[in-house]
Write a protein that binds this ligand. Structure first.
Ligand code: HEM
Length: 562
């Protein structure tokens, strides 16, 4: 009879298999413990969320299936759903609690706060591209950089950009000539122009010194936004560990390469100029477009124009409205100041400059490209309104072909109302999201937003609330007549957000858009075969028309040249 002796298997593979058994033996209790901890730690959030209305959820997935489909389908689905509930709605994207706020009183609590300033975790997908730039950074870093950057968009600096706004607008008019009579997508032209204007103004480098076109950069940004939108709406693409194995990760790497290539070159160019003692923009402006030849008294006066003319309700103020030194202090343009501040390396280092340049290049072009394309679409669809804009421009410029001065932009009151109405109906940034660190009691009803929730401020929906804007789907520039705006809640119109994290480029955007759009309208009549009902809206970070911004152009007769 043989006796079997059991000897421990001391070979390396035996040791590994024992370790594996121990691992699996411990894994289950660890998971159970983690799940128990997770459930308990979320109890408070779940209890408060329970009281907030929202669509029915599926186990594990929550409402994630609402975000399936193409971009326009998702947009339509979520917007249509919003009518089934009140102005506070919750949804679950898997385990993530999203609470949508649509009442201006609630929005004020979040946006005016100096506490609830953290961006939602969804903004982290921007990191490989924008790093810790102003849009997504938080805490002390955001505060210090905001303080540094906001003054570079002061009205005094913006006035020095007027000639470049004019020169670039004229170039767009020339480029558009080949499209006369055709149905074409004006967004392509607006994207290229807004990139090039940013290069020559805020960055202060001539576009001629760049071997990469503004168009290539803008297209790379558009594709990047599409990828980010996929990650926002498809829960399975959120974890890096999965995303990195998808085709999107490869595409993203390439696109970021194109985008960073431009920003690196811009900074390099600026540094060379800076070392040579050159300050300000090196871009040329033809003599006939220099507004000093046409300046009036108003242009030189200490004009303070706040509120609506610069994109926000008259009663709102932010750090862009500080006017303690009008006309006294020489303020610097964005990249000049960044380079100067970095010389001692304390306020901002080289990597941080790159992050801020990437941020301003993105935020500064895609938003205004969408805003101007929606404006032109509106002009094409509403010829009677376009005629009134042109009549105002004729009153300002007569039959002269002279460039627009700062004083002229103050006279463009009706154009400004059309621009405001465009930003109301088609806000380029259709939602804003924040991460709550503490509970917040709402003003509109007996709800408390729990810490840990992602708060989504639904700008698009707020701008179309019937109780605030009667007949909200009608394009009506008179919505911005002073008598109509006077009694409206300040937070009922927030295309540039509001409060401490408002858009630093709001005044820049308004001034540039007035010059760009008035120049186009002085030269072309816009037509459109498509009505607003046929728009297919999509919100790939920035609101767009999925079918493209199709318009037609007819040249206007000019009687006399300047
Ligand atoms: C029509 C044009 C524009 C619109 C509608 C717009 C809208 C907005 C909105 C809604 C925000 C807040 C975003 C959020 O909290 O998620 C924002 C932030 C920002 N915008 Fe704009 N923007 C426009 C043009 C510009 C321009 C021209 C620039 C720069 C030249 C710019 C630079 C920024 C920056 C840096 C931030 C982040 C500010 C911070 O967090 O402190 N934007 N913008």
């Amino acid at each position: 009879m043989s006796t079997a002796t059991v000897t421990p298997d001391l070979t390396p593979s035996g040791a590994v298999s024992s370790a594996t058994s121990v691992f699996y033996f411990l894994l289950l209790p660890a998971l159970v413990l983690w799940y128990a901890y997770w459930t308990i730690s979320r109890k408070h959030m779940n209890e408060l969320a329970e009281k907030i209305p929202g669509p029915k959820t599926l186990p594990i997935l929550g409402n994630a299936l609402e975000f399936l489909g193409s971009s326009p389908e998702i947009f339509k689905n979520v917007y249509d759903k919003s009518f089934e509930y009140g102005n506070v709605v919750k949804m679950w994207a898997g385990p993530k609690l999203l609470i949508f706020l649509m009442d201006p009183r609630d929005v004020e609590i979040i946006l005016s706060s100096n506490v609830h300033i953290d961006k939602a975790s969804e903004y982290r997908f921007f990191k490989p591209w924008l790093g810790d730039g102003l849009l997504i950074s938080t805490g002390q870093k955001w505060r210090a950089h905001r303080k540094l950057i906001a003054p570079t968009f002061h009205l005094n600096v913006l006035k020095s950009f007027i000639d470049l706004f004019n020169a670039n607008s004229r170039e767009v008019v020339e480029k558009l000539r080949k499209e006369i009579g055709k149905d074409f997508d004006c967004h392509d032209y607006m994207s290229e122009a807004t990139v090039e204007i940013l290069l020559e103004t805020a960055m202060g480098v001539s576009k001629k010194t760049q071997d990469q076109s503004g168009y290539d950069y803008a297209m790379a940004v558009m594709k990047m936004c599409d990828i980010l939108h996929q990650r926002h709406t498809k829960v399975w693409l959120r974890p890096d560990i999965i995303f990195n194995f998808t085709k999107y990760a490869k595409a993203q790497e390439k696109l970021i390469g194109t985008i960073h290539n431009l920003t690196r070159k811009v900074i390099k160019r600026k540094r060379v100029d800076f070392e040579k003692g050159i300050r300000g923009s090196t871009a040329d402006v033809p003599e006939e477009l220099k507004t000093k030849n046409y300046e009036t008294k108003t242009t030189n006066s200490k004009t303070v124009v706040e509120g609506l003319s610069y994109g926000q309700s008259a009663g709102l103020k932010d750090d862009l409205d500080v006017d303690d030194d009008i006309g006294e202090k020489k303020r610097m343009a964005f990249l000049d100041l960044m380079i100067e501040a970095s010389q001692n390396g304390v306020v901002i280092n080289d990597e941080e400059i790159k992050e801020q340049v990437d941020t301003i290049m993105f935020e500064g072009h895609d938003t205004t490209a969408a805003g101007s394309s929606f404006f032109l679409s509106m002009m094409g669809i509403h010829p009677d309104i376009q005629d009134k804009v042109v009549q105002e421009l004729d009153e300002i410029f007569g039959d002269s072909n002279r460039p627009a001065t700062f004083a002229d932009t103050l006279e463009m009151k009706y154009l400004e109302r059309c621009l405001m109405e465009t930003l109301r109906m088609y806000p380029p940034v259709p939602i804003i999201a924040r991460q709550l660190k503490q509970d917040v009691k709402l003003a509109s009803g007996d709800y408390t937003l729990p810490a840990g929730a992602t708060i989504v401020i639904g700008t698009f929906k707020i701008h179309r609330l019937e109780e605030i804007y009667p007949n909200p789907n009608k394009f009506d520039p008179d919505n911005f007549l002073p008598e109509r705006t006077a009694n409206r809640h300040y937070y009922a119109f927030i295309p540039f957000s509001a409060g401490p994290r408002s858009c630093v480029g709001r005044k820049y955007a308004m001034l540039k858009l007035k010059i760009l759009l008035s120049t186009i309208l002085r030269n072309y009549r816009i037509k459109s075969d498509i009505g607003e009902k046929e728009f297919q809206l999509q919100a790939d970070i920035i609101l767009k028309r999925a079918e493209g911004f199709k318009i037609k152009l007819e040249p206007r007769k000019r009687l006399v040249k300047a």
